[in-house]
Design a protein around this ligand. Structure first.
Ligand code: SF4
Length: 444
């Protein structure tokens, strides 16, 4: 029987200290009852309350950590089937495989490429999350795992079907808490024992969801705390169905045996197809996808998909409304304004940077709306722009009075020139991509 918020509240410290990120213990209790918080989020729960509540209050999908320390990758603890119901929490991690067939030098070169697989997009750092080391067919699995661990900046997955090789590799890097991939009905006993002893997470696989629940149950009974459900990509439709059914069983029926995040090992004939499959599985509902390619053209589209899916739909994507400096602008530098919708701002900022002309960007508060939506929704006006320029002290930064305005708002020109000190208003391009050419040609 589900435990109620009031039953949980009675066992909390009732100090309303806010250390859990919520204003009151009652609010925290309600969120636990709704499976949107874990008891461990309150650092002050007594041991007695812990043991009374921990099973009943555990989130329906367990949080799994792969790796040690600050570099650990975490996944799971999802609470909803559809993003609009609340939000998705822990973004899908892209893992890149190091085949056993690579020479030591090729292996280390690929690890280096994974380390460098880092991108900046709309103000966030996106990166390849994990390195997946194949140990089957490897003459020295322990040596290969150790060499990768020593060079890698991201946590490890040890990949193989041969339990002896996986155990040898785990033994060599157990301090790094790698994910051991993967145990099936035949190997679960021996691999679960090894993972339980090393406190490492274990991925489990089976031919059907019923069998998968059984194998996961066996791993848990052997003492493995952190489990990942492993799927292949040979039959795309079936994998998507299994991912969906497993998640529904965990979240809607609190079926603990499937209450773990999922990994999909992508096998595709072409790298292009692998990118499409990885993006599809990230959307429903893989927490980790394993790829063969590490080239930026393949990784960035998947990371972009993940970034979009895991954006909180209830929070407008905004940047702070203030005066930004791109490069080191001086008193002769261009001045322009845009809205505080982060995608708009970062598009403008990126293109100004590309122009190599240091500039000032005045960001106007528009409640996270882009230029046309802000105008249509009455969130931006010439009057508001004038007020914002004054508040941000823009006129003190430059000696000219030229203002570049978005090409989508030419209607502001007359009012800005009439009612402000900015007497030369220049209509800029309609799209950010044309800013570099515009600045280089028009700004003198
Ligand atoms: Fe209450 Fe614990 Fe949250 Fe503090 S951290 S407000 S004691 S639930």
């Amino acid at each position: 029987m589900a435990i109620t918020g009031m039953q949980i509240y009675k066992l909390l410290p009732k100090t309303n200290c806010k250390d859990c990120g919520l204003p009151t213990c009652m609010a925290f209790a309600m969120q636990i009852a709704a499976k949107q918080k874990a008891l461990s989020d309150c650092p002050h729960v007594s041991d007695e309350a812990q043991s009374e509540l921990s099973d009943a209050s555990a989130p329906p999908m367990k949080l799994i950590k792969i790796g040690a320390g600050d570099a650990a990758f975490q996944c799971g603890q999802e609470t909803v089937m559809f993003r609009h119901e609340e939000k998705f929490h822990n973004g899908t991690g892209v893992a890149v495989r190091i085949p056993a067939s690579l020479s030591d030098a090729e292996c280390l070169a690929k690890v280096e490429a994974i380390n460098n697989s880092v991108f900046q997009r709309v103000g966030e750092e996106l990166k390849t999350a994990l390195v997946a080391v194949e140990v089957d067919g490897c003459s020295d699995p322990a040596g290969r795992a150790k060499a990768v661990a020593d060079k890698s900046k991201v946590p490890l997955i040890l990949m193989g079907k041969e339990a002896d090789r996986l155990k040898a590799a785990l033994d060599a890097v157990k301090d790094q808490k790698p994910l051991v991939f993967k145990a099936d009905a035949g190997t679960v006993d021996v691999l679960a024992e090894a993972c339980a002893a090393a406190k490492a997470p274990l991925a489990v696989s089976a031919g059907s969801l019923d069998e998968l629940a059984e194998v996961a149950g066996k791993a848990k009974n052997k003492g493995v705390e952190e489990i990942v459900l492993a799927f292949g990509s040979e039959n795309v439709g079936e994998t998507l169905r299994n991912l969906t059914v497993a998640r529904r069983a965990a979240l809607k029926k609190t079926f603990r045996a499937l209450g773990y995040p999922a990994l999909v090992d992508i096998q595709a004939d072409t790298p292009e197809l692998a990118v499409v499959l990885a993006s599809s599985f990230a959307a429903k509902y893989a927490s980790i996808v394993v790829m063969d390619v590490v080239e930026p053209w393949a990784i960035l589209p998947i990371l972009t998909t993940v970034q979009n899916i895991y954006t909180d739909p209830q929070v407008p994507n905004t940047v702070e409304a203030k005066l930004y400096e791109v490069g080191s602008p001086n008193e002769n530098s261009p001045v322009m304004f845009t809205t505080n919708f982060s995608l708009t701002y970062f598009s403008v900022e990126g293109e100004v940077e590309r122009s190599k002309i240091p500039s000032y960007i005045c960001v106007v508060e528009t409640e996270g709306l882009g230029v046309l939506n802000a105008y249509a929704g009455d969130k931006i006006s010439a009057e508001k722009v004038i007020e914002t320029l004054k508040t941000q002290g823009v006129a003190d930064k430059v000696k000219h009075r030229k203002l570049i305005i978005p090409g989508l708002l030419p209607i502001f020109r007359a009012e800005l020139e009439d009612d402000s000190e900015w007497k030369e208003v220049i209509i800029g391009p309609e799209t950010a991509s044309k800013i570099p050419a515009f600045l280089n040609e028009v700004w003198k």
